[in-house]
Design a protein around this ligand. Structure first.
Ligand SMILES: [Zn+2]
Length: 383
């Protein structure tokens, strides 16, 4: 495997990209959207002209998302989502991934004129812990797998080379390559959904650690004697600020008998409570929901402040459903970070929501395939 090239070299060789990235600094959402649209238009002029494509697979406990991108990452083709149905077994999941890849290749071909030989490989993002070198998923509580050779099984099914990386690493790389963390050199990504995953980009390189565990920010302890976490530890950030944890804290707060719009939204059925409903109620000004969101911001802010003092990143990007909470979450979160972290670390860092919505994992899976097989991300690496 070739060594990874620092991204600065791609910036150096693509001055226009660097300009786009540095412009994207402060209000990341709006400017990045413009940047992506502009890039998407420019690829239209080179449609089908010798372009090569990589397929990204984002395998989650609930859904599988698959899409294709050209090597220059300008846009996504054929993106589709299907339920994982892990209860049907690993063989069934592999077959479904294979069929979705076939469909993505067909759709992309229709749109661009690309032939099957123009697809050079498949990047797979899956929940960890996993062994990247062997392409094996070691354990996934959500899928019920143990030591499953996912990479080689998918590769054999679609007859293309494949790579495997952690799903949260993929989402972080996706936001770094094409989303809210574009232009960052030291990036901490957090994906907040059923759990809290994380990824680290240090000095322009995705950091895996000594056994592919690096970046598990959801399982850093914020309360030594706190709530029990699914991982077995007590007081993990995930046990307070994941989607289900947010819903649970809202449910507990309601049990106190306080009046709240939340009761109406869940029709008095506590099992209907979700983080999204809490965000919606907070946006409508419901005091109990606002307090749950503020509390969430304090927990996340505490976790992010730790990360600022350890890694001194220039971007922290929070992806997943949490981005929908908007300023009601992000403003108190940033305030909490300011209270806790060293000032030069706070001043160097922007804390932003992800902008790729449901596709960060797919975009990042494409990028990690390129990192693992081509040595970098950018159109020049295959020249
Ligand atoms: Zn944990």
């Amino acid at each position: 495997m070739p060594s990874k090239k620092p991204t600065s070299s791609r910036h150096a060789r693509h001055p226009e990209k660097r300009a786009a990235h540095s412009q994207a600094k402060a209000p990341a959402r709006a400017k990045n959207a413009t940047q992506r649209t502009a890039a998407g238009r420019s690829v239209g002029t080179t449609r089908g002209a010798g372009q090569r494509y990589v397929i990204g697979v984002d395998l989650g406990g609930t859904n599988i998302v698959v899409g294709a991108m050209p090597l220059d990452g300008t846009r996504e083709y054929g993106v589709r989502t299907e339920p994982t149905h892990s209860e049907l077994g690993a063989d069934s999941v592999v077959e479904r991934i294979g069929r979705m890849i076939d469909e993505v290749i067909a759709t992309t071909g229709t749109e661009t004129g690309a032939a099957r030989r123009d697809f050079i490989g498949v990047g797979i993002g899956a929940p960890g812990p996993l062994d990247r070198a062997q392409g094996i998923v070691i354990v996934t509580p959500n899928l019920g797998w143990r030591d499953f050779p996912l990479r080689d099984r998918v590769s054999a099914r679609v007859k293309l080379p494949a790579t495997l990386d952690n799903d949260a690493n993929c989402a972080t790389v996706g936001e770094w390559w094409r989303g809210a963390a574009a232009g960052g050199r030291n990036v901490v990504g957090m994906t907040i959904g059923t759990g809290i995953g994380g990824g680290l980009i240090l000095e322009g390189q995705l950091y895996h650690g000594s056994s592919d565990v690096a970046g598990e920010v959801g399982h850093t302890t914020i309360d030594p004697t706190g709530r029990r976490c699914k991982c077995g530890n007590y007081g993990c950030l995930e046990a307070y600020a994941s989607g289900p944890a947010i819903a649970q804290r809202a449910t507990e707060a309601l049990a106190g008998g306080e009046a709240s719009l939340l009761r109406e939204l869940i029709q008095d059925d506590m099992s209907r409570m979700t983080a999204r409903i809490v965000y919606d109620a907070a946006t409508l000004g419901d005091p109990l929901a606002v307090e749950v969101v503020r509390e969430t911001a304090r927990f996340l802010g505490t976790g992010v402040a730790n990360l600022l003092n350890i890694f001194n990143p220039d971007v922290v990007v929070l992806a997943g459903g949490v981005a929908a909470a908007g300023d009601a979450l992000f403003e108190p979160l940033r305030a909490e970070v300011r209270r806790r972290a060293f000032r030069p670390a706070v001043e160097a860092c922007r804390i932003v929501g992800g902008t790729l919505a449901g596709t960060a994992g797919v975009v990042g899976a494409v990028a990690t395939f390129m990192l693992q097989t081509l040595g970098g991300i950018g159109p020049h690496h295959h020249e």
